[in-house]
Design a binder for this molecule. Structure first.
Ligand code: NDP
Length: 491
């Protein structure tokens, strides 16, 4: 068991659930219970919405943009100071390598700072409509935001939603994933410490089917911001449509990583390892399909598989670990099922059989970095999101075929193109239907750069100035300026 807050955070108070229910959250890498957490129900969602609405119309509405910016910067500073403790909590609850959790907390810090900087720059537009009317626009907060987040980047995903929502004057009801509720509750506590008033950020861990749906359906919530699986996003959009809530969705992916024969193969191998194996492949933007031009295929495949085998898999708290456990045994089983399916469908297992772990770890929750070669782009393993450390290799003949394969999936979140021809890099990037494309770099998500999907990867852009549109309504105000009263009816 762990020393961390485990209660609901509503109206500035840590509370038990009204029903008194709790659920257990785990340390998946060691196969142990980690904490019993208060389990919110619909009555707690109602209380959180009431608190958020009160704060939206009360204390937070009275807080100037400059003070909102200061509070967000103070929250960023607290996260920065507590990175080590937060990273340990995240790593133990998620199974991800602790150094990766720490890097993600730094991204959360940068995200809070980015949006703190926007709070005083929420400009509208003005224009003279005609000689007798002038108009201007205001960007007003949407209201109460329901934020529903996944387990793969818990604190970072919370920050991606909390920062722009608060910068623009909204209040929130935040539901973390049931697998990883702990750092979200701590974030809520730190927000209070940073001077963000009670009720502005409420945290309600609990099951998606009950608490998530209650948020999506609640008439007192004005907007839902969701990250998670495409099927869940579809359900949330359906439920939210009943009250015509604003919805933004960051969903799944099956992103391509295209290696042309003219690329620097060493750089492509190293970058491609990061693009799939970071976070043990449990990333929406994981480049999980490597497309390699025929001439480069054999050299790339053998170098990539060798390096994949060399990545250390083990205790997430160990600094040398590159790949920790997956989020749970059952998720690891699902990933292993995909590998079996890929091989049964004719793929060749180039890396991934065999795993030796240290003492005290739950081997069933780990999956070795896996490479499946010779995969057809239309096979299931190349089309469905695996969400684990599994990558497929597919050959292509020329640029046109690379673009065709890249786009021939239902998702469109990210892509990487490796080429020595600068013009080709941009030409291919322009033809790929995805939200973010790296040319000769695996890094496609930074604070300040729009992040979000085409196609079934969702809609809306986070992490950038575009995110302000997700959390504001535009209001037009018009002023008559004619010295003579307008009389269009001629009465
Ligand atoms: P889920 O969609 O299962 O869960 C995400 C969140 O939604 C959780 O808080 C979950 O609660 C909640 N939820 C589940 N069912 C409902 C429902 N019916 N109504 C409302 N909320 C619900 O995704 P995972 O947590 O499994 O996360 C992994 C997925 O997220 C992957 O598919 C990945 O691609 C995607 N993802 C996308 C990202 C992006 O930016 N595009 C970033 C990160 C992940 P509970 O935990 O209680 O089930």
């Amino acid at each position: 068991m762990i020393d961390a807050p485990t209660k609901l955070l509503i109206d500035g108070e840590l509370r038990d659930a009204q029903t008194g229910r709790t659920f257990t959250t785990y340390d998946p890498a060691h196969g142990r219970d980690l904490a019993n957490v208060a389990q919110a129900g619909t009555e707690d969602v109602n209380a959180a919405v009431t608190a958020a609405r009160g704060a939206f119309e009360g204390a937070w509405a009275k807080t100037s943009p400059a003070k909102r910016a200061r509070a967000l910067n103070r929250l960023a500073q607290l996260l920065d100071e507590q990175t080590d403790a937060l990273a340990e909590l995240e790593s133990r609850n998620n199974g991800k390598a602790k150094w990766q959790c720490a890097a993600e907390i730094k991204v959360a810090v940068a995200t809070l700072e980015l949006f703190a900087g926007t709070a005083q720059h929420l400009y509208g537009r003005s224009h003279v409509v005609n000689p007798s009317v002038v108009s201007y626009t205001l960007r007003e907060p949407v209201g109460v935001v329901g934020a529903i987040i996944p387990w793969n980047y818990p604190l970072m995903m919370a920050a991606w939603k909390v920062a722009p929502a608060l910068a623009t004057g909204n209040t929130l009801v935040l539901k973390p994933a049931s697998a990883t509720p702990l750092t979200a509750i701590r974030l809520g506590e730190l927000a209070l410490e940073a001077g963000i008033p009670a009720g502005v950020l409420n945290v309600v861990p609990g099951p998606g089917a009950e608490v998530g749906e209650a948020i999506a359906a609640h008439p007192g919530i004005d907007k839902v911001a969701f990250t998670g699986e495409t099927s869940t996003g579809r359900r949330i959009a359906q439920v939210a449509a009943q009250s015509l809530k604003r919805v933004s969705l960051e969903l799944g992916g099956k992103s391509p990583n295209i290696v042309f024969a003219d690329a620097d193969v060493d750089a492509a191998v190293i970058g491609s390892l990061w693009a799939i194996y970071y976070s043990a492949g449990q990333s929406c933007e994981a480049r999980s399909r490597i497309l390699v031009q025929d001439e480069a295929y054999d050299a790339f495949a053998s170098a990539f598989a060798e390096k994949a085998k060399s990545l250390s898999v083990g205790d997430p708290l160990n600094d040398d670990t590159k790949i920790g456990s997956l989020i749970s045994r059952s998720h690891a089983d699902k990933v292993r099922g995909f590998v079996e399916m890929g091989v049964a469908d004719g793929g060749e297992l180039l890396a991934g059989d065999g795993l030796s772990l240290g003492e005290g770890l739950d081997g069933d929750a780990f999956v070795a970095p896996t490479v499946i070669g010779g995969v057809a782009n239309d096979s299931r393993i190349a089309q469905e999101e695996v969400f684990g450390p599994v990558v497929t290799l597919t050959r292509f003949a020329d640029e046109a075929e690379a673009v065709k394969f890249a786009n021939d999936v239902r998702y469109g979140l990210a892509a990487t193109v490796w080429t020595g021809d600068g013009a080709r890099g941009h030409r291919v990037a322009q033809k790929i239907r995805s939200g973010a494309i790296g040319i000769n770099t695996p890094f496609i998500a930074f604070p300040g750069v729009p992040f979000g999907g085409f196609k079934e990867s969702g809609y809306g852009r986070e992490q950038s100035i575009e995110a302000l549109d997700l959390y504001t309504e535009t209001k037009a105000i018009l002023q008559g300026t004619s010295p003579k009263a307008a009389n269009p009816l001629g009465v």
